[in-house]
Design a protein around this ligand. Structure first.
Ligand code: FAD
Length: 369
């Protein structure tokens, strides 16, 4: 079958791009190497309500829990950012993928599984004149083959689940410690019976599995997990920086999602940034095919919308990574003293620090469902 656009990778970003292309009447073929999309689940699924709305995915059937806030821990300090209303949903990732696939297919896209795209196949697609979307994750064959810049900065993660009965399934706990430098350790109630524990460490710093085992020895973590047996342990990778180029105009190649590095470096969350990147890429392709517009419009519009927020997310990551445990402990004490937790609870926007600042200054409280 001849495609106008070949989407490599059927994660959320690739499938959202294919859905948008299908709705615009553009023939999109999505290839994925996996037999069962989204399996095994290597990532978590905490997504802000506002971010979810921006993706246009009917995600409700994938929701396993709703979060109202977060507790940040460093040394002996804790900051509780709690909101009276829902802030984020926890999504079952494989189910989310299925829902995205259903939407893409309903829009007219074709999804082909168990098809690994090799560099040779990319050359063939390229010679055939099709546009290529690289949605093939952090270790992107498309980005490497078309030399779109290295994966300059990334963290290695390890996470697992535990069956426990949770009294409080409304908050996620984040642990800052120099041991898991690069990101943090987390305990997330995926439901009121499943607790997920995970860590992210900057590459080259420490073996992720070792850092995870040490995390599990922490008093708070050991108490939360008790004697529950660990299952679904998975290592993975999160890109922490946008690639040097996300468009190759001449060869008609665009990168979206983790392949592009569309992640917020403060938390490693990429579903919202990557999904919005995918929507923008599809719009640029539509403009190119219908009106001869430059594909670079995608890179320009993505940076216009997300560059400022990404910079602030990056600064937050640097701040907690470089502060070490003692620095973060002091930082949390200072933030508690100036009432930061209550400000964030009222005005915070998980995805957009710039919007958070605007909300604080204008006195506009976060609106949720
Ligand atoms: C531990 C962890 C926790 C996370 N927690 C969150 C969170 O709470 N909230 C959030 O928003 N984000 C989170 N993220 C990030 C989020 O998971 C990613 O940003 C998101 O999954 C990226 O989607 P994607 O579609 O770009 O890539 P992927 O989901 O990686 O999909 C890429 C697809 O491409 C396919 N593929 C790869 N190479 C080829 C090839 N050569 N040929 C064919 N197919 C190929 C793969 O099989 C895969 O299906 C987390 C990540 C990790 C690792």
């Amino acid at each position: 079958m001849e495609e106008e656009v070949a989407v490599i990778g059927a994660g959320t970003a690739g499938l959202i791009a294919a859905r948008e292309l299908g709705r615009a009447g553009i023939r999109a073929l999505v290839y994925d190497q996996k037999k069962v999309l989204g399996h095994p689940v290597r990532a978590s699924g905490i997504v802000s309500l506002r971010g979810l709305d921006s993706l246009g995915v009917d995600y409700r059937k994938a929701v396993t829990n709703t979060l109202y806030g977060a507790r940040l821990h460093a040394g002996k300090s804790t900051m509780r950012i709690e909101s009276g209303t829902p802030v984020a949903h926890v999504l079952e990732r494989q189910r989310l993928n299925e829902l995205c696939r259903e939407q893409a297919e309903r829009a007219g896209a074709t999804v082909i599984t168990q098809r690994r795209i090799t560099p040779e196949r990319l050359d063939t697609i390229n010679r055939g004149g099709s546009i290529i979307i690289g949605a093939d994750g952090a270790v992107s064959t498309v980005a490497a083959h078309f030399r779109m810049g290295p994966l300059a900065d990334y963290v290695i993660t390890y996470k697992a689940e535990f069956h426990v009965r949770l009294d409080d399934a409304r908050n996620v706990d984040l642990f800052f410690d120099r041991e898991y430098r690069g990101l943090f350790g987390w305990l997330c109630p995926n439901s009121d019976e499943i607790l997920e524990a995970g860590i992210g460490v900057r590459h080259g710093r420490m073996n992720a599995r070792r850092a995870f085992d040490r995390f599990m020895e922490r008093r708070e973590v050991a108490e939360a997990v008790g004697n529950a047996r660990m299952h679904s342990g998975q290592a993975s990778i999160i890109p922490m920086r946008l690639r040097r180029r996300i468009v190759d105009e001449k060869r008609k190649v665009l990168l979206v999602g983790d392949a592009a590095g569309q992640v917020k470096p403060s938390t490693g969350g990429g579903i919202v940034f990557g999904g919005n990147g995918a929507i923008m890429a599809a719009r640029a392709i539509q403009g190119h095919l219908e009106r001869g517009k430059s594909l670079m419009e995608y890179e320009t519009s993505y940076k216009k919308r997300f560059a400022a927020d990404t910079r602030v997310h990056s600064m937050i990551n640097k701040l907690y990574t470089r502060s070490g445990t003692k620095g973060m402990e002091l930082g949390i004490r200072i933030m508690n003293a100036i009432g930061m937790a209550s400000l964030l609870g009222k005005y915070g926007d998980m995805d957009s620090p710039t919007k958070t600042m605007m909300n604080v200054f204008s006195g506009k409280q976060r609106v949720t469902e």
